[in-house]
Design a protein around this ligand. Sequence first.
Ligand code: ADP
Ligand code: MG
Length: 503
Amino acid sequence: MGRVGLGLAVGCAVVTCAIAAAFASRSVRRRWRWGQAVALVRELEVACDTPVGRLRQVVDAMAVEMHAGLASDGGSKLKMLLTFIDNLPDGTEEGTYYALDLGGTNFRVLRVQLGGKGSMILSHKVESQPIPQELMTGTSEELFNFIASILKQFVQSENDGFQQLPDDRKDLGFTFSFPMKQLSISSGVLIKWTKGFSIEDAVGKDIAQCLNEAMTKIGLNMRVAALVNDTVGTLALGHYNDEDTVAAVIIGTGTNACYLERTDAIIKCQGLLTNSGAMVVNMEWGNFWSSHLPRTSYDIALDDESPNRNEQARITGFEKMISGMYLGDIVRRVLYRMAEESEIFLDPTKNLSVPFILRTPLMANMHEDDSPDLTEVGRVLEEHLQISRVPLKVRRLVVRVCDIVTRRASRLAAAGIVGMLKKTGRDGSGGVASGRIRGKPRRTVVVVEGGLYIGYTMFKQYLNEAVGEILGDEVAPYVLLKVSEDGSGIGAALLAAVYSSNR
Ligand code: ADP
Ligand code: MG
């Protein structure tokens, strides 16, 4: 071989080695990145772990906080608000009643016709519409005038057999799902707005009175007979359908629960209580916090960056770990960190840095994607986050993240439910004293409502599994979770019937 030949051969070898080295290092780097991403997911899994022992600690903490909240105002993060509902509908109610439901995604008006014992709800009609954005931050007068006018149109549109005589005053159930301090069944003062509403002059006012005045002003002969929140409405409908119903839980944009408590267990406000023996208590459980809640760095970041930092959810774990407003954003935070630290996505991922861009229903779609190549995961990432070309194994990792976040959420909600059962002696832990009849636990129904629970199958499945796990085989068969739909509105109409002055 001549000099030139030798030189060429050496040169080729060097180039080949360099190329090989570059390939090798890229593949090592890729492997390392992949390993890093998997490690982040494992870390999340450990941090979000909810073994049954931990859930039982949450159950105990919930029961303890409930005691404290019932003992004194401000005694616990759980406000344990009195509702003055000491009588729930049982199917004997008769007549036509109306309800308004304000406090969720939509504002709704309803009419319910009740046929009395045996015939139950004969018919009901609902109209739903969004609250115009400008009314959410205007004055209370504007808001209540709007609501009253919609209600008037609704009443006047009755040409199907229901007609209001001029002197026939109708009773209205008003579902107003914001924290209120109730003064009686038909009056309550707004403590503060949540969910994007901010009408400062309404804070501290009697909400029922605001609506009564607006209705009078436009000649609508109606009055608020029952002022409730969505959980109480849901409990009322649940009890109407099944008298073993003792609690209601909402898991939608936010989360809350109410239950039937013995009046002698309500230490605070004894002077205001009737001697009926029981009263519905609105827990406002979104505020619940316990050191046993498995909190991660993502939750802490979510708290720190929350627009409502100084409000009800500031240091909560519970609502932010459980409800539809937040789950998608927890997943987004995890994916963003994975993208930043391990570059698992090939496309730029700046959209992942946008808070709340990944809504919970989209997260649910990805989680429940059962196609072999996870087409839906690919579609959501591409259409909503502009991340395309996501390899299958990365899509699988995304599904795993959704699973971890939802599993924790649903199992914690389950612990909250069992916490209520424990507080009322229906979890089987207290032996005969715990409401057992002839040694058997009592049949107990909890109604559950809300878009997250109803729309997200995996959430519902995990929640039900966890309730069974915590209660154990002996007690679990006696505890039923029933789905309730439209309870918040219909239930308020039923309560208007129970508390009607015409009854
Ligand atoms: P609200 O709580 O405002 O009264 P809903 O009870 O209907 O309203 O709950 C709506 C919330 O539930 C949405 O904000 C969303 O987070 C969640 N949600 C609705 N449908 C689904 C779904 N299919 N999968 C997951 N989450 C859902
Ligand atoms: Mg709702």
